[in-house]
Design a protein around this ligand. Structure first.
Ligand code: CP
Ligand code: NVA
Length: 308
């Protein structure tokens, strides 16, 4: 059975550390191997729009000596009536890894169940685990070892970033807090998965409805769009209830810490979930975070193809 990376807790603490070490080595230039030389091909398929994920995977695969096949899913038979499982069986005959950005997690679960090559989640409605590998790399660069650090996520606690930071963060042994308006708390099943993993690693999970209480003492603050891709017409008020959770200078100062770092996976909606002052200020790590997508994904792909 191949290893897949469908959600953050598909990796153990030790495996996650191994990948983050390799990501740092790629970034520094200490590692420059080409495990995809041959070349091995990687299908990178998008059912939603993307800037960072598309560019970082395509560039990273080339740097690893491989051949990226980047496809807009609307131009595939997948978008008509071909099943996900049949698509997986066919892809397996051509390529060595499948990277997929799609909607429901159940879709990527179906792809992986019919695939005997690694399948990587490039964002679903429920998780964005490649982003969180890059986030953890960024936090490690700024704050050192991850176990025991506190990260507070502000905003839509039910979206893919909140879920992945919860599950991926506690896998790293971090204390993860989520501050979200009423009705936008993380899914119960994700909280259960995060609690389970936290019990193994020494991390912890807390959900708040007060942003001020949630940020107090935090080493890292993170936020994301209040309206994720596919939620544009879901009938919910995605502005009013979120205003107190905007990441601004007052909330940054309310951490009470001098060295707080700010993360945002981007794209940012400046003036909505985060102010210009914070995004462009000295605490912001967001462009390092975007760069680290490249290094973290190179490390992930290297690790996945070595597991076979
Ligand atoms: N952060 C992120 O995944 O960005 P894209 O949607 O541009 O890929
Ligand atoms: N939560 C956002 C992340 C974008 C990278 C979305 O799903 O649209």
């Amino acid at each position: 059975m191949p290893r897949h990376f469908l959600r953050d807790d598909d990796l153990t603490l030790r495996e996650q550390q191994e990948i983050l070490d390799l990501a740092a080595a790629f970034k520094s230039g200490r590692e420059n191997s080409t495990p995809l030389a041959g070349p091995r091909s990687v299908a990178v398929i998008f059912e939603k729009t993307s800037t960072r994920t598309r560019l970082s995977f395509e560039t990273g695969i080339v740097q690893l000596g491989g051949h990226p096949v980047v496809v807009d899913a609307r131009t595939m038979q997948l978008g008509r009536e071909e099943t996900i499982e049949d698509t997986a069986r066919v892809l397996t005959r051509y390529v060595d890894v499948v990277v997929w950005r799609t909607f429901a997690q159940a879709r990527i679960d179906a792809m992986s169940s019919a695939s005997d090559i690694p399948v990587v989640n490039a964002l679903t409605n429920e998780f964005h685990p490649c982003q969180v590998l890059a986030d953890l790399q960024t936090v490690r660069e700024r704050h050192g070892p991850l176990p025991g650090l506190t990260l507070t996520y502000l905003g839509d606690g039910a979206n893919n970033m909140a879920h992945s930071l919860l599950v991926g963060g506690v896998t790293a042994g971090m204390h993860i807090r989520v501050a979200a308006p009423h009705g936008f708390a993380p899914a119960q099943w994700v909280l259960e998965a995060a609690h389970k993993r936290a019990a193994e690693t020494g991390g912890s999970v807390e959900v708040f409805d007060s942003p001020e209480a949630a940020v107090s003492g935090a080493d890292v603050l993170a936020t994301d769009s209040w309206t994720s891709m596919g939620q544009e017409n879901d009938g919910k008020d995605r502005v009013g209830p979120f205003r107190p959770f905007r990441l601004d200078t007052a909330l940054l100062e309310a951490t009470g810490k001098r060295e707080t770092s700010v993360l945002h996976c981007l794209p940012a909606h400046r003036g909505w979930e985060i102010t210009d002052e914070v995004l462009d200020g000295p605490s912001s790590a967001v462009f390092d975070e975007a760069e680290n997508r490249l290094h973290a994904q190179k490390a992930l792909l290297t690790w996945l193809v070595q597991q076979r």
